[in-house]
Design a binder for this molecule. Structure first.
Ligand code: ADP
Ligand code: MG
Length: 356
């Protein structure tokens, strides 16, 4: 074997990095939705073909991208959201790495049509490997305020990744799950997600100023679930690990027929507005339910956690799906105990009423 060390070609490096961010079509959707939310959109319409592998189109009515920024949007580490490293601890945007669109331009064919309110027209631009596609240029076109991003032929240059995608419908199911969760919390934004030639949306929310989480929950997950649903608010100002938590969770009477996953807990966690995974918290809640309720039921748990950004590390992985935070153990115990207390209380009341 030739052991000579060589620096990898830049395109190879970027393609490898892109593979970590755009793991599958659903990851692309999450990044694109986050960009639309960062742009202040009130309407986000998504249309995908063949589970996103043929195309993903996402249209928003956000701030738009100006003509002079169009050459930069797909460049790696180019962002309008972060300037200094310290900004990481005071982020009020989902994005900060400037990598999503760059990665998408390595993983598929990207087209952006965008209009800022100050401009009389929209501009269209196509991208390949971070750059404007050779022999094309930024052109004026018709369009409304906001941005339309089209990703076609995802993984066209990565046959192994393409083979790993089991089926278009499985990819689509993952997308529905992810968009439902993001739509649920962002009550002020109207979401719609459609596939292929379908006319009806699979995910739809109204996005009115007055829409509540509970209304969105009914709309997205069905009214049945909210019949045995409880709520708790935790505020721990007097401990060294300050946090606020709002949780909605089903009780012992609820038996779910989830649209997206069968016989497993639906666990939705937002930390400082970010849809994330936290396995230790999920496991503790699962164990708590396992003791309290029948194994056949699939609880639904929604947790919205707000904590001091300086105790939170969001920069664990380029996909930003995971976060770590200080004082994780006491925070998890406090949340699980608060939920458990209410479930026990409510189920005791239900038992007394039914036995009377
Ligand atoms: P990041 O979100 O980390 O900044 P992205 O690659 O996702 O990186 O996006 C790069 C830049 O493109 C953003 O910083 C933003 O300025 C611009 N952008 C992307 N999507 C949109 C959108 N839907 N509306 C307005 N601007 C956008
Ligand atoms: Mg982004």
């Amino acid at each position: 074997m030739n052991r000579k060390i060589q620096k990898l070609d830049e395109t190879v490096v970027n393609r490898i990095a892109a593979g970590e961010i755009v793991v599958r079509p659903c990851a692309a959707i999450k990044e694109l939705v986050e960009n639309s939310l960062d742009a202040g959109a009130h309407t986000i319409q998504i249309h995908v073909k063949q589970g996103g592998l043929k195309s993903i189109e996402i249209r928003d009515d956000g701030c738009g991208i100006s003509k002079i920024d169009l050459p930069l949007v797909c460049q790696r580490f180019a962002t309008s959201k972060l300037k200094n490293f310290d900004d990481l601890y005071h982020l009020n945007t989902y994005g900060f790495r400037g990598e999503a669109l760059a990665s998408l331009s390595y993983a598929g064919h990207v087209k952006i049509i965008s209009k800022i309110p100050e401009s009389p027209c929209a501009y269209i631009c196509e991208y390949e490997d971070e750059k404007i596609r050779p022999s094309t240029s930024i052109k004026p076109c018709a369009g409304t305020n906001g941005t339309l991003i089209i990703i076609e032929d995802l993984f066209y240059n990565n046959p192994i990744r393409l083979k790993m995608m089991k089926s278009a419908s499985e990819e689509y199911t993952k997308m529905v799950d992810c968009v439902m969760k993001m739509a649920l919390r962002n009550t002020h934004v109207s979401f719609s997600l459609k596939r292929d030639t379908q006319i009806e949306s699979d995910v739809h929310t109204n996005g009115k100023e007055t829409t509540t989480i509970l209304q969105n929950m009914k709309m997205l997950y069905g009214a049945d679930m909210t019949k045995d649903m409880y709520e708790t608010i935790i505020n721990t100002d007097d401990t060294p690990y300050k946090f606020q938590c709002k949780a909605y969770f089903t009780g012992t009477q609820y038996s779910c027929s989830s649209k997206t996953s069968s016989n497993s807990m639906t666990f939705i966690l937002f930390i400082n507005g970010r849809l994330v995974d936290c396995q230790p918290l999920k496991k503790s809640i699962q164990q708590m339910y396992a003791v309290l309720v029948n194994k056949q039921t699939s609880p639904f748990v929604y947790i919205d956690l707000i904590m001091d950004p300086t105790t939170l590390d969001v920069n664990i992985h380029p996909s930003k799906n995971e976060v770590r935070f200080l004082h994780a153990d006491p925070i998890i115990v406090t949340i699980v105990q608060a939920i458990e207390r209410i479930i026990v209380e409510k189920s005791a009341k239900q038992t007394t009423t039914t036995t009377q």
